[in-house]
Design a binder for this molecule. Structure first.
Ligand code: HEM
Length: 187
């Protein structure tokens, strides 16, 4: 790993820690998400990756939409309802949609390397066959991102972490809210 790669990682490591430690993410990492909660997460991911995949990626094998559709369909086939896109997700997608290509690439670095690294640890812990985490050529995909990433992206990557943290917060809130709703109905 060269110096440039380390600099961007270090400049964003505080936010990485914060995102990693969000309760919803921890629950997922510990293998404790219900299918309903995981479907909710996948739908938010599909909105974000769908937006990023409207423009070409650094490598064709990075594309996540197909795997996400497969995993979402798998859970819908089990009788679960389609959850809505959360306001925090919509805010991130709207933000991404108005970025210039160079700034969008900072979010490609953030979201795709998240699936490559954290995701590979996550794939055996989720209640799904996990096509979202399957890559035809993971090393070529990572290399293509490494070839374009820049230290100057640190601020933009940290903005992406902030949006991601808000999405985790809303995922956690919507889970608790649904539980509270059932409670208040006396179920
Ligand atoms: C429980 C959740 C997570 C775990 C366990 C985790 C773990 C890791 C690990 C082990 C690495 C590789 C570090 C190295 O050896 O270089 C990594 C890198 C990375 N993670 Fe995470 N991660 C998690 C969540 C996230 C989230 C939510 C995001 C953002 C959406 C994210 C974004 C990244 C990025 C961009 C890198 C690449 C840094 C670089 O090398 O330039 N991670 N993560």
């Amino acid at each position: 790993m060269n110096e440039q790669r380390i600099a961007l990682k270090e400049a964003t490591s505080e936010k990485h820690k914060q995102a990693e430690n969000m309760p919803f993410n921890q629950k997922m990492f510990q293998g404790n998400l219900s299918k309903k909660e995981y479907l909710n997460y996948l739908v938010q991911q599909f909105a974000v990756f769908g937006e990023l995949e409207k423009t070409p990626l650094p490598h064709v094998s990075l594309g996540r939409s197909k795997g996400l559709i497969f995993d979402i369909q798998e859970l819908l086939n089990e009788g679960l309802n389609m959850p809505p896109v959360l306001p925090a997700t919509k805010a991130y997608v709207d933000y991404l949609a108005q970025l210039a290509q160079e700034q969008r690439l900072a979010h490609v670095y953030l979201q795709y390397l998240a699936v490559v690294f954290g995701g590979q640890m996550m794939k055996t812990k989720v209640p799904s066959s996990g096509k979202f985490y399957a890559f035809d050529s993971i090393s070529e995909g990572v290399q293509a991102i490494r070839n374009v990433q820049k230290d100057e992206w640190a601020d933009e990557v940290n903005v992406g972490f902030d949006f991601t943290i808000e999405i985790f917060r809303e995922l956690e809130w919507s889970t608790n809210n649904v539980e509270n709703e059932s409670f208040s109905l006396g179920l």
